[in-house]
Design a protein around this ligand. Structure first.
Ligand SMILES: Nc1nc2c(c(=O)[nH]1)N[C@H]1C(S)=C(S)[C@@H](COP(=O)(O)OP(=O)(O)OC[C@H]3O[C@@H](n4cnc5c(=O)[nH]c(N)nc54)[C@H](O)[C@@H]3O)O[C@H]1N2
Ligand SMILES: Nc1nc2c(c(=O)[nH]1)N[C@H]1C(S)=C(S)[C@@H](COP(=O)(O)OP(=O)(O)OC[C@H]3O[C@@H](n4cnc5c(=O)[nH]c(N)nc54)[C@H](O)[C@@H]3O)O[C@H]1N2
Ligand code: SF4
Ligand SMILES: [Mo]
Length: 622
């Protein structure tokens, strides 16, 4: 039994903040969760999503028994039967079509490093089928890495030395409250805050200045800003390559071009030029929404070029930031199987790839992921699950994906395991997890479930020794202890050597007659909706549309409407929003049905184009 008292751990949600936590446990139950004061970024507080675990671990939505779907109803079954069924289905798929007939799909339900060990299940079978590419932040990383060859590591505290801070397509008031706290400190120290977005947000509300631009117009905007930077500063002194061609392209973009593309007035554009130039040092923080497009990498690279032209690179309080790699701390040979050759299918286009797979997928396992809710072209994902002979979802509550699977297995969450690590993808702190609660009866440890399936398939237990190797991360030479179970990671700086200017400037694609659908992350839940947010489960979902568009179409506040494209249709309730850029509709991501309309296109680097989705808006009949 877990000892009573306090334990130090870390929030493993897919959230940039990775809060240090102090948990109080009694009789094996979590009774209080607070912020850890000595974490230099998260500084003693956690958000309501983290705190909700106190209730959710033993809440009414917690799954406590394996559930098998029979004629559309889930019935509880015993663990032995559930594990036998799972192993038999995988074995049958492998016997009929080879190991690639087994899909092992992982989402980003938590950021634990030890998750890597679970891949041994498909790998020991020969490789299986797994997903590659990102729905999240990889385009921006690809873009930043083009500048100097490396992504580097963000230092959010760098903002404290900035005198001007520009958030570009980033909404920390909702999605990164600890960065917000740092921004408040920076402002108290004299910095001004500016935000570029496609709509008003709680972040634009607290900004000193904000600029609302049409989605897809940021490239024209950044080229024009580079034009102004070139006129003022000329050719940079720092080593660089490709300046001439890039400068020529920028100088062709006039203020009028930028205004026309973005919808900004001449005064607003002029003010933005002043914002980036007048009060150095300037730091620019690009966000995720901005780069979930076909040209996401090019855009972030061009914004980095703007930072370079303005002379912000490498100076205290300056620079262009996004996000970083977070999983290079584990030795590369952890959980590897020589000779395994998994079939990799693109995550953004998962459903179509699975439907077309040859050999076909006949057994699918979903771990920490919710693709029916979160992946593009969700309608096809449901079609795939209807067709696939066997599907099993490991989760702690009945997610939208679990509901569509044949079998659901209730697992522990990070607070009930311990002995793992979380490396933030935003700041430089590595933290160790501790077990802070006993799992409820009927719930099994996630790795134990996978190990038991492997055993039934006649595979050896490589899971236990590989899990024991996790502590090897603590030996990494780049780590400095920063408190119990907490280390700071120093990476090589991103800005070093020669800056490479973008070599090609893509034109954004617009679909005439259609509206761009932008889906955004929101305050109350992370990605797919967890239990406890009844208010956001209310259907139909709310679509915010520009007030002039509503008037043009005769739509009024609260009216039902239909969004439609080649992929599907969705009934929505209209909300008139004066702030949204023309031609744009905004919906919260994670709401059921939204991804029926989301584009499964891939960027050249294999990542998602979620915000390149286009829809028609029609009044709902009846
Ligand atoms: N509360 C909460 N926190 C979260 C999450 C959550 O779901 N809820 N999710 C976590 C995860 S996984 C992620 S990836 C991050 C996401 O964190 P953010 O980057 O802050 O969130 P997004 O909503 O993806 O996009 C940010 C902003 O980009 C704007 N935007 C979209 N397209 C464009 C464009 O073309 N140009 C411009 N200029 N702006 C644009 C959107 O309107 C939005 O306000 O948040 C993490 N934190
Ligand atoms: N339209 C649209 N779609 C988007 C986005 C968008 O902005 N717009 N954002 C994208 C982004 S940035 C991301 S990161 C992805 C996220 O995509 P997913 O990772 O698929 O998202 P979640 O819904 O959070 O799914 C994670 C599931 O893991 C479960 N889970 C949590 N902890 C554990 C655990 O310890 N074990 C197990 N087995 N399960 C656990 C959760 O309950 C949840 O059901 O979504 C993407 N999809
Ligand atoms: S969800 Fe994010 S902000 Fe909230 S407690 Fe977890 S890491 Fe901290
Ligand atoms: Mo994400």
């Amino acid at each position: 039994m877990l000892a009573d008292g306090t334990h130090l751990t870390v929030c493993a949600y897919d959230c940039p903040d990775s809060c240090g936590m102090v948990a109080t446990s009694r009789n094996g139950q979590l009774i209080e969760l607070e912020g850890r004061k000595d974490n230099p970024y998260t500084r003693g507080f956690i958000c309501h999503k983290g705190r909700r675990w106190v209730r959710n671990l033993r809440g009414p939505d917690r799954l406590t028994s394996p559930l098998l779907q029979k004629n559309g109803t889930f019935v509880p079954i015993g663990w032995d039967e559930a594990l036998d069924l799972t192993a038999a289905a995988i074995q049958s798929a492998v016997n009929r079509h080879g190991h690639q007939s087994f899909l092992f799909y992982e989402g980003s339900g938590n950021l634990l490093m030890g998750n890597k060990v679970q891949k041994l299940l498909p790998l020991m079978l020969g490789g299986g089928t797994m997903a590659t590419g990102s729905l999240c932040g990889s385009e921006g990383k690809v873009g930043l890495a083009r500048s100097y060859g490396t992504v580097g590591r963000d230092q959010p505290l760098a903002a404290l030395q900035s005198k001007s801070i520009l958030l570009w397509g980033r909404n920390p008031v909702e999605n990164s409250v600890h960065f917000l706290a740092i921004l408040h400190d920076a402002r108290r120290a004299g910095a001004r805050l500016g935000t570029i977005d496609v709509r008003a947000t709680p972040t634009t509300d607290i900004s000193d200045s904000s600029w609302i631009v049409r989605p897809g117009s940021d490239m024209k905007l950044v080229l024009y800003l580079c034009h102004e930077a070139i006129l003022l500063h000329g050719k940079p002194a720092a080593p660089h390559k490709g300046y001439e061609a890039f400068a020529r392209a920028c100088l062709q973009v006039s203020a009028e071009d930028a205004q026309q593309a973005t919808g900004l007035s001449a005064e607003a554009l002029h003010a933005l030029v002043g914002f980036i130039m007048d009060q150095p040092p300037l730091s620019i923080w690009t966000g995720y929404g901005l780069q979930r497009t076909y040209w996401g990498a090019d855009l972030v690279h061009a914004i980095d070029a703007l930072g370079f032209l303005l002379g912000t690179h490498g100076i205290p309080g300056g620079g262009v930031w996004f996000d970083q790699g977070d999983d290079d701390l584990l030795p590369s040979d952890v959980a590897t199987v020589p000779g395994a050759h998994p079939r990799l299918v693109p995550r953004p286009d998962l459903a179509a790839s699975l439907l077309a797979a040859d050999p076909p997928i006949e057994a699918a396992m979903f771990v920490r992921g919710n693709p029916v809710s979160q992946n593009p072209d969700a309608g096809k994902m449901l079609q795939f699950l209807e067709k696939c002979p066997f599907s099993v979802c490991l989760d702690w509550h009945m997610s939208v994906t679990a509901r569509a699977c044949r079998l659901v297995l209730p697992t522990t969450v990070f607070l009930e395991r311990g002995g793992d690590y979380v490396m933030s993808y935003f700041h430089d702190i590595l933290q160790k997890t501790e077990q802070v609660a006993e799992p409820p009866g009927g719930v099994r440890d996630e790795l134990d479930i996978i190990r038991d399936v492997a055993t039934r398939l006649g595979l050896p237990d490589r899971f236990t020794p590989e899990m024991a190797r996790l502590t090897e991360v603590e030996q990494d030479q780049r780590l400095t202890p920063a408190g119990p179970g907490m280390w700071r990671l120093s990476d090589v700086p991103r800005i070093q050597g020669t800056f490479h200017f973008p070599a090609t400037i893509p034109e954004a694609v617009f679909r005439s007659g259609m509206l761009r659908l932008i889906t955004v992350h929101v305050r109350d839940y992370i990605n797919g909706i967890d239990p406890g947010q009844a208010h956001v489960r209310v259907l139909p979902p709310v679509a915010s549309i520009p007030a002039p568009l509503a008037h043009e179409r005769g739509l009024t506040e609260g009216q039902l409407a239909i969004l439609r494209n080649d992929l599907g249709t969705l009934k929505v309730r209209v909300h008139l929003d004066k702030s949204i850029a023309a031609g744009t509709i905004v919906l919260a991501q994670g709401v059921e049905g939204v991804n029926l309309l989301v584009s499964p296109d891939l960027t050249p680097a294999g990542n998602s184009c979620i915000n390149d989705s286009w829809v028609l808006l029609e009044p709902a009949c009846g």
